[in-house]
Each structure stands twice: as C-alpha cells, then as structure tokens.
Design a protein. Structure first.
Length: 361
C-alpha cells in the first residue's frame, strides 16, 4: 500500500490483497467462499478499470443488505426454464453478481448450441458494473449484452418525480490483437455512485449531470443526491432507459421502477431484474474474420482527425483498459472515505479491517 501520488487522502492497493480483504468481509456475512470471492472480484475489477462508483465503496451497502435488508448470503441462483435460447433465471435473492455470472454463463453455454441466448433474471439484487458480464462473453468469442433495472433517480422528460432508473446497458465484442471493445453506460448523464464520490470528497459535480429536487440544474453534489440525475440526450435518454428497464424485468417477472424500491427506502430485497444476452459470432460469421475486421474499424476510429486540444481518441473501453493497466502496475487508489466505510463494514461483521485501517487519514 502506498500514497497515491499527487492526491491527498488516497492510498493504493494491490488487486490480489484488496480482493482477499473484501472477500473476507463477505465471508464473515455468511457467504460461501466462492460467492464472496466472486463479488469481491467484481467490485475490485470496477475499481481497477477506474469505475469507482461501482467498486468497493459498495461494500458497506452490500453488508447492510446481507445483514439487515433481507438479501440472502447463501442465495443460490437456478435455471427456472429454457426454451431454445430463452432462459429464465431465479437469482435466489443472492447478491446480483452471483445471479449475474450464473445467468451469463448459462446464456454462453446455450449460445454455443443455438447461437443466440437471452437470460432473463428475477429475484436478484444490485449487480455492480455490467461490463463484468459482457467481457465474460467476449472472452468466449461471443458478443455479450447486458442490462439492468436501477432504483429510480430520473424523471420523465419535463417532470420532477423519480420514476425512471438509469438502467445501464453494456455491450462487449472481441477485437483481434487487443482488449475487447466494451460499452458500459448508464442512461443518465452520470451514475448515482459517481455523484456519491464527489459528495464524499466535498467537490462540485460537473454541470449537466443533475437537477435539484425542483428540476433546476445544479452542481452541488448533495443537492444532486436529493434531486434528479439528468438523462443523456434529453427525452431520448429517458426513452432508452425505460426500454432497458422493461427488458430487464418484464420478461422474468422482476420489479420494474418503483416496484423494486426507491432512493429513500432503498431497494426491496430480491426485486431486481437483469438480462444477459450472448451472441455466438460463429453462428453468423467466421470469428477470426469478425475480430480482425473490428480491429481495423477500431484502428480507423482511433486514427481519425482530432479536434484542437484533443490528444487521443478512445473507442469504448480503451480508456478503462489503459487505467486497468496502470493500476496493475501502480496499485488501485481508494479515497479516505471509502477506506473508512470498509473499516466500518469489516467491524460490522467481525472481519479483519487491518488492511483498510492502516494510515487512514
């Protein structure tokens, strides 16, 4: 562990040590070793790629869900039905990562047989960053697509009632000779967790991210948390978010919108829904030719002319891949507030907090 150069109150951690320490917290909450390792890996993977809004700052929330809010630490997902490539998965009220990996792996296996498989998930919970699942499919030579409902943080365009979630969408594709192309975006201007990071640091959020509770644009992080996230693309973002939410819930019977909870009372355990889609490239095209053509498209994209002051053009996922490589070499940075939350989470379930407690400002 070392001080994060040039940034106050942040520390760096090796990926393996961080995974082990976080997994020990989940084991202390009653999760199996395998499930604890999986959830810890998913959160650390997000931090490794610079997606701190879906990283280990979520541990304290997850501990609360497991200890007091009804999420089953021993919940076991199961395949309810399969009709060709149509799969319905019951998440067993497990943490969403446990259900998500099960569902995506089931979809990948089915896609090897029928080329396209869609896993609709119910009885699930918060599943973290979606690229964790779509990259799993891309690593198997497939196109991975995933979506999830989220607690409502947006209003219908022109409204002020929180009834639409950010409902993120991710797509990943294999590229010859380099990391996969992967898009993972919430359909709001930002993720709720990113605003939390700004609030933790006491810093203003960028203009265009949020409205206050009365629908006025704001850069105050706390006013944004109490208010509304702005959608991407105005009414188009709201429409897309609604569609992803519907696809994530209605096919499996999961809770849509306020049926899964709200930002005041939190999520209702076991009401989340997701979908995990695997497309077997070999069922459409030679996989090597696909990956090689995509590599050429990516190269053309990156080599296109830049606007003044722009040093580099990034394809989806390449910035995160660069950040991951840097964090592999230098360690994963966590801020002091996240470290304090990890200490509190460890203390709450009797786990060892030594790694996080050392040198916390």
């Amino acid at each position: 562990m070392a001080r994060y150069p040039g940034v106050e109150n942040e520390r760096r951690f090796g990926r393996r040590d961080l995974c082990a320490a976080v997994a020990s917290i989940f084991r202390a909450c009653g999760m199996s070793a395998a499930d604890a390792d999986l959830v810890a890996d998913s959160l650390v993977a997000a931090d490794r790629r610079g997606i701190h809004s879906h990283g280990v700052l979520r541990v304290a929330d997850y501990v609360k869900k497991l200890q007091a809010e009804g999420v089953d630490p021993r919940g076991a997902p199961a395949l309810v039905s399969r009709a060709g490539g149509a799969l319905v998965v019951d998440g067993g009220n497990s943490l969403g990562q446990v259900a998500g990996v099960f569902a995506m792996d089931q979809a990948i296996a089915a896609a090897r047989e029928v080329q396209v498989a869609f896993g609709a998930v119910r009885n699930s919970n918060h599943c973290g960053a979606l690229d964790y699942y779509t990259l799993r499919a891309a690593g198997q030579g497939m196109i991975g697509i995933a979506g999830t409902n989220a607690l409502p943080t947006m209003a219908p365009w022109g409204g002020v009632d929180k009834i639409v979630g950010l409902n993120p969408l991710s797509v990943a594709m294999p590229v010859a000779g380099r990391a996969p192309l992967v898009l993972d975006v919430a359909l709001g201007a930002t993720a709720h967790g990113k605003i939390r990071v700004f609030a933790q640091k006491g810093e203003p959020i960028p203009d265009g991210w949020a409205f206050d509770a009365d629908g006025r644009p704001t850069t105050d992080a706390q006013a944004a948390l109490d208010g509304l996230i702005q959608p991407i693309g105005a009414f188009k973002g709201i429409g897309l978010a609604m569609i992803v939410g519907l696809m994530s819930t209605l096919l499996s019977g999961a809770g849509y919108g306020l049926e899964s909870g709200n930002m005041t009372d939190d999520a209702f355990a076991g009401r989340d829904g997701q979908f995990y889609l695997a497309l077997n490239i070999a069922g459409f095209e030679d996989p090597d030719r696909f990956a090689t053509r995509l590599a050429g498209i990516v190269a053309d994209f990156e080599a296109s002319r830049r606007a003044p002051g722009v040093e580099r053009i990034y394809v989806p996922g390449s910035l995160e891949a660069d950040i991951a490589a840097r964090h592999d070499a230098e360690g994963i940075p966590l801020n002091a507030e996240t470290l304090r939350s990890l200490v509190a989470a460890a203390d709450a379930c009797g786990a060892d907090a030594a790694l996080f407690a050392t040198d916390v400002p």
